[in-house]
Ligand binder design. Structure first.
Ligand SMILES: *Cc1c(COP(=O)(O)O)cnc(C)c1O
Length: 545
């Protein structure tokens, strides 16, 4: 046992032989070792009849990759919340040991301490909500403190603790575990401390998929620490903490093709955070507001402005923190429309109140995995990665000339050929455009166009909701790049089906590359006025599209 573990572990846990969960049976073995039922129930979408591994190997590999640690530095838990609980149960004897917290901070540390019967040492944050490092190390030395909890960015104050301050404190407190709860780190632009584990045996980092990855309902978090600490915590982890459907769903959600979508959504939330902060800062009803590195803002309401009642009347729930200070509330950053509602409750109306038309679609089949995010009311970012250079270039033409933001990542069976990938990208792009258009209120609906070099493409679109394609162009079967000539008409056929649009294309030209590019560009150009929103009317005499 390492010196550190001898100091921090409850002796009875250090000595414990953990419960033996099922061993890893080889594939195709007849597994009769866990008294399971041989049949999964009707409707099961996975091996629901089998106990999961205590730590699923594939999920561990994925999460270790996500957080940039090795697999022996990682423990998967039911949310970061369970990680907090495990830390207490592994280290604190009731009536003996203590944990140090830095209020105001996340309330669960205190609750978990009380559940375990651990004492609490409190070293308050200073008036700027930063940690008082020397007071912390002094208090930890004077008391039987096993755990020091830091939260960065801190909930509910929103500020990030500088990385070097945490590392200095970790050095200064070698006999305690210094736990940095990074539930919101993805929103901060700051660097996770997970990369510093090697040099700091007593450092522990908590991460979660609940906040930045929108997976709060699945309950998956991780404790990152050096192997001896992980091994200790594993002893108090239940044998089968993560349900099979959760493991399957997280693996699907964390498919690498989805990563650009998460990055884009985090960027949107950060921009919305600025919008809310700037709006609320100037609101009459706001007495104080703190800058935030997380996806929420701590706000102090002015008394007698009736803001709380107005929020309630608008059906907006915010978290009351009046126990911390008069009028304090914590407001999470929501969708652009939700944030507009919050601002309106504070008497701030903005002329961009029409919600942006955004859609995100993820589609997985045996042949392809594709993830797409479109925003018809922003022109950037445009980022395309399908593995087919020429097709990337063509989709980029659609987005740039169409004047909308498109993030599309695909991984397909290119070892067969480009067909499935191109076709499925067209399906998903069509679906995303259709979803983002919603009821098509206010759109131009029609668009026309365009000559290009020696080639000419005339593209006409009607976003009518009814699919139809007329395609007249002689494209050499060899096509361009990895994209066969026949795929061009196929892309637009597929788009018209899934977008719900009549697309008429006529094109001619000498050079195949030019010809194809003219068609894609022309399509983008035609799409631009058709997508553009000028009002709120449905552009149809029928009143629906
Ligand atoms: C939300 C939150 C958590 C909980 O994360 P889960 O993974 O959902 O359990 C942990 N720490 C802080 C500071 C939080 O705000």
């Amino acid at each position: 046992m390492s010196d550190l573990i001898a100091k921090i572990a409850r002796p009875e846990i250090a000595a414990l032989t953990p419960y033996q969960a099922r061993g890893g049976a080889p594939k195709n073995a007849i597994v009769l070792d866990a008294n399971e039922n041989p049949w999964a129930p009707p409707g099961a979408t996975g091996t629901w009849n089998r106990y999961p591994a205590q730590q699923d190997a594939d999920l561990c590999a994925r999460m270790a990759g996500l957080y940039g640690v090795s697999q022996d530095q990682l423990l998967l838990t039911r949310g970061a919340d369970e990680g907090i609980d495990l830390l207490f149960r592994a280290t604190c004897r009731a009536g003996h040991d203590a944990a140090l917290i830095t209020p105001p901070t996340f309330g669960l540390y205190e609750v978990a301490a009380k559940v375990q019967g651990a004492a609490l040492v409190e070293v308050e944050l200073d008036e700027n909500y930063t940690i008082r490092a020397s007071a912390i190390s002094m208090a930890a030395g004077d008391n039987p403190v096993k755990l020091i909890f830091l939260c960065s960015p801190n909930n509910p104050t929103g500020n990030l603790i500088p990385r070097q301050d945490v590392l200095d404190l970790t050095k200064a407190c070698p006999d305690q575990l210094v736990i940095v709860d990074e539930a919101y780190i993805e929103f901060s632009g700051g660097q996770s401390l997970s990369g510093d584990l090697a040099g700091y045996p007593n450092l522990v980092v908590l991460r979660t998929l609940s906040k930045a990855y929108g997976l709060a309902g699945l309950r998956l978090g991780a404790v990152l620490a050096n192997a001896p600490v992980i091994d200790l915590l594993r002893k108090v982890l239940p044998p089968y903490p993560l349900p099979v459907p959760v493991i399957d769903a997280v693996m699907t959600a964390l498919d690498p093709v989805n990563m650009p979508v998460y990055a884009q959504r985090i960027a949107v939330l950060k921009a919305q955070r600025v919008r809310l902060y700037e709006g609320l800062k100037s609101a009459r009803g706001v007495k104080a507001i703190w800058p935030s590195a997380a996806n929420f803002l701590l706000v102090q309401l002015r008394e007698n402005e009736g803001i709380a009642a107005r929020l309630k009347a608008a059906g907006i729930y915010v978290r009351d923190f009046s126990a911390l200070g008069t009028g304090l509330v914590r407001i999470a950053v929501g969708t652009p429309a939700e944030n507009a509602a919050v601002l309106a409750a504070f008497g701030i109306t903005q002329d961009d109140a029409l919600p942006e038309r955004i859609a995100a679609i993820s589609r997985q089949t045996q042949e392809t995995s594709i993830s797409v995010l479109v925003n018809l009311d922003q022109t950037s970012p445009v980022g395309i990665e399908t593995g087919i250079g020429f097709f990337d270039h063509m989709l980029e033409q659609i987005a740039r000339h169409g004047g909308f933001s498109l993030v599309l990542t695909a991984r397909g069976d290119l070892h067969i050929d480009a067909h499935h990938t191109i076709e499925d990208c067209a399906i998903v792009l069509g679906q995303a455009l259709r979803q983002a258009l919603g009821n098509r209120a206010g759109i131009g609906r029609y668009g026309f166009t365009l000559p290009m070099d020696e080639a000419q493409a005339r593209v006409a679109i009607d976003l009518s909701g009814r699919p139809a394609l007329r395609f007249e162009a002689n494209i050499d079967d060899a096509g361009a790049g990895q994209m066969g000539g026949q795929m061009v008409a196929h892309v637009f056929e597929t788009l018209s089906q899934h977008l719900g649009a009549a697309i008429h294309i006529e094109a001619e030209g000498e050079n195949t590359h030019h010809l194809i590019e003219a068609i894609f560009k022309g399509f983008g150009r035609a799409l631009r006025p058709a997508l553009a929103r000028r009002g709120t009317d449905i552009p149809s005499s029928k009143g629906v599209l």
